[in-house]
Structures are given as C-alpha cells and as structure tokens.
Design a binder for this molecule. Structure first.
Ligand code: HEM
Length: 427
C-alpha cells in the first residue's frame, strides 16, 4: 500500500498560496490520500456518478436556457426551435431530458445501496438526512423542469400536482392560488417554475457539499458495515484506487446514458408532451415521469385526497427516521439473513408501486396499490424495528481486512502480512 501521504507544496508560489488558503491540501486530503475502505464494490461508484450528473445537468441546462423562452405563448415553440434550428440543440435537449432520468436511476441505486448496507446508521445519520433533503430538492427540480416545455403533460402534470395542496384545510386554496400566481396554471406559474428550476440545482450542489463533508467526517461505510480500524490494513488511498474505479463505473454508466440519448431519446418521455399545452383539452391519462410513479401510486391508493397527499409526503418523510427505525446493531445486510429477504421484498414493492402508478386508478390496480402502500409503511414502521430485536445476525468479521482475507484466501493473508499493495486474485 502506498500509505496515506499529506500534501506538501513544492514551489514557493504554492507555499505562499497554501499558507494563506490551504485549498490544495484540502483537495489532497479529501480526494487523494483519503483512506477508503479496500473492499468497496461498484455500488460505491454512484456517488461520483451523481456528482458528475449534477454538473452535466447544470451545464446542459445553462446552454439550453440561452435558447429557451420562458413565456406561455413561446415556450413550446422555443423548445421546437432548439430541436430543429440550434446547432446540436437536439443533443443538448436529449442530454438534459434523459440526464434527468439517468440522475434518478443513479440516485435510486445510491439510496437502495445505502439501505442494503445500513449506511444510514450511526454515525452517518446526518449524512443520510442530507441525502433525503437532496432527494426532495431533486424531485422539486425535476417536476418544475418538466413543466418548462409547456406541452400537454407539462401543463396537466403541473395542474394535478399543484392542486394537491388544495386538499389542505383552510390554507389549501390560498396556497394553490399563491403557487400558480393566479387562478390557473398559466404564464406566472411557468415563470416562477423556470426561476426555481434554475435556482434549485445550485442549492442541491450546496447540500451535496455538506453531504460529502459529512461523509468525510465519519468515513465511508463498506459492504461489511465494519468501520476502518487499522487504515494500513483496512484502507487504500482514494487516489488511484477509488478514482480509477469511479471513472470506470462512470464510463459504463455513460454508455447506457448515450444509448438512451442516441437510440431511444423519447422512450422515457410521453408523446403528449409533443402537443402544445391546451387548458381546454385534458389528456386521457395524466402520468408523471417514471421516477415519480411509486409516489403517485401511493397518492392515488387512498380514496381521501388529503390522506393521499399526507401518505405521499409521509412515504418520503419516513426516510428521515430510518436510522432510528432500524433497531439492529449490525449494519450490513450481508450479515442479516432475514433483513436481506425483507429488503428484496421492499425493492419489489417499490417497483410494483411504480408499475401501478402508470396504470389507471381503477379496479384491481387500486386494490393492489393499497396493499403495496400498506406494505411500504409496514416495512419501515413494523418490520425494521422488530427485525432488529428478533433477528439473529451472522458473525460479523472483526475488521475489513479479515473479511477480505476470508473471501480471498490465505494468499492474500500472506500478501497483507508482507505489506503488499493489492490483494492477489481469487483462489
Ligand atoms: C445529487 C445527489 C447526490 C450526490 C451527488 C451524492 C454524492 C455522494 C458521494 C460522492 C458519496 C460517496 C461515494 C458513495 O458512497 O457512493 C455519497 C455517499 C452517500 N450518500 Fe449520497 N449523494 C446524493 C444523493 C443521496 C441521497 C438522495 C441519499 C439518501 C437519501 C444519499 C445517501 C448517501 C449515503 C448514506 C452515503 C454514504 C454511503 C456509504 O459510505 O456507504 N445520497 N453520496
């Protein structure tokens, strides 16, 4: 192992600068020498992928705005202008629209990874809660962005979702009028959504900085859920090990992203959004983008509008309390045989809710959505607290190095004993 060096400025200019603002030292300690658990798998590359996607969304968004007109009479045609007249405008728009979907794919993998390996448990509660705040901001950003092309689904999606607030007693109606800036979704609504859609990604970037800061205070979790005890044996320096792995993960992810952009750029969108917004014509089915579907299913599963809205917001709010709802002392699902099964049932329930969110709210679909909604909450409020009390976990390794050696055999043990840089290949 190359050891965990500290930054020493070489040139007099760098020494001068560093003694006034130790910026390169911070970068070095955070992204070069930073001790990273040696056993991270590819699921740990998604934080880096998300950081890349956030920057990509901001850059493509800023260039799109140079050609977009945020006015109800011109927004739709300005998007068509981007698609047809602006050089590589189609590419910019497809990158941005599909980029939003890819961002959500990555964030869902990132969140389920955290749930599987218990990354939300002490001392990472604040890190996790900052993640939930990022997720909420992402949803708000994506929702408002979808309104900007001012297609049929933009308009009617905005109408349905903003109308939800009218379910609140007394303050509901005034809140909706305030959100709309009038008495229906119209130009003032488009203007404010445009303003906020531009602002929120920068707020996300700010919360991501806190998220990564919190991560660096407590250190990364890893597949064993056991903390680094001896950095010389349990950890490797972030660069080159994690940087190269993150870069490879990112390239694979970008191949999938490119496939969507170049081969099926409209697959994840809705055909109705290629028709200009028309307040007089309601589409046959108003469906949100795929990444909102599980929450949409929860909303519609409950017959009472107010209760539906409360259930939908609670389904995200419950994530904040996850660190305390899961009572098990063991972090990783690898050593929790029962939790592991319930985890996969939970994943299937989320996928099922997503499917039901896309179906019309009638007959068997509604009943299935009610059952799955009930299960969603039971998972957090009943199963997780009880599992921690009744489950017998498998023996947890004493250290990360022990787990790696148990997996890779005696050859690795000898290599580590000799202080070799990397573990030999599997037996
Ligand atoms: C823009 C969105 C996000 C970005 C850029 C981001 C960035 C990162 C990065 C760079 C890491 C370290 C690398 C890794 O573990 O993959 C990380 C870790 C983590 N993130 Fe995020 N994140 C985002 C959203 C979220 C969300 C929505 C949640 C949860 C609700 C979350 C929860 C966590 C947790 C618990 C860890 C620690 C994982 C571990 O050490 O095992 N993040 N994040």
């Amino acid at each position: 192992m190359s050891g965990h060096s500290t930054y020493v400025p070489k040139s007099p200019v760098m020494k001068w600068f560093e003694s006034r603002l130790p910026l390169f030292g911070l970068i070095h300690s955070s992204f070069v020498a930073y001790p990273t658990p040696r056993n991270l798998n590819y699921l740990w590359t998604f934080g880096g992928i998300l950081s890349f996607m956030l920057v990509a969304q901001i850059v493509t968004g800023i260039v799109l705005v140079m050609h977009y007109t945020p006015h109800a009479t011109m927004a739709f045609s300005s998007v068509e202008h981007i698609m047809r007249d602006v050089n590589y405008g189609w590419l910019l728009r497809y990158l941005h629209a599909n980029g939003a979907s890819m961002f959500f794919i990555a964030v869902y993998i990132h969140m389920f990874r955290g749930m599987y390996y218990g990354s939300y448990k002490a001392p990472r509660e604040v890190l996790w809660i900052l993640g939930v705040i990022i997720f909420l901001l992402m949803m708000a950003t994506a929702f408002m962005g979808y309104v900007l092309p001012w297609g049929q689904m933009s308009f009617w999606g905005a109408t349905v979702i903003t109308n939800l607030f009218s379910a609140l007693p007394i303050v509901g109606e005034p809140i909706v009028t305030w959100l709309w800036g009038g008495y229906s979704v119209d130009n003032p609504t488009l203007n404010r959504f445009f303003s906020l859609h531009y602002l929120l990604p920068f707020m996300i970037a700010g919360v991501v900085a806190l998220h990564v800061w919190a991560l660096h205070v407590v250190g990364q979790n890893n597949p064993t859920g056991v903390d680094i005890k001896n950095p010389a044996k349990d950890a490797v320096p972030f660069t080159p090990y994690a940087t190269v792995k993150d870069a490879f993960g990112l390239v694979c992810f970008l191949v999938v992203f490119a496939w969507f952009v170049f081969y099926v750029p409209n697959y994840l969108g809705h055909a109705d959004n290629y028709t200009e917004a028309n307040p007089a014509v309601t589409p046959a089915h108003i469906v949100p983008e795929w990444y909102f579907l599980p929450f949409y299913a929860i909303l519609r599963a409950i017959p009472n509008k107010l209760m539906g809205v409360i259930a939908m917001f609670s389904s995200i709010a419950v994530l904040v309390f996850l660190p305390w709802l899961d009572t098990s002392k063991v972090r990783s699902a690898v050593y929790r045989p029962l939790f592991k099964q319930f985890f996969w049932v939970f994943v299937a329930v989320c996928v099922g809710l997503g499917y039901l969110g896309a179906m019309p709210p009638e007959g068997g679909y509604v009943i299935a959505a009610r059952v799955l909604t009930a299960y969603y909450f039971i998972h957090f409020l009943v199963i997780l607290p009880l599992l921690g009390l009744f489950e017998t976990p498998r023996p947890v390794p004493a250290s990360i190095a022990d787990a790696v050696l148990a997996k890779h055999g005696g050859g690795a043990a000898a290599a580590v004993a000799m202080g070799a840089a990397s573990a030999p290949s599997k037996k």
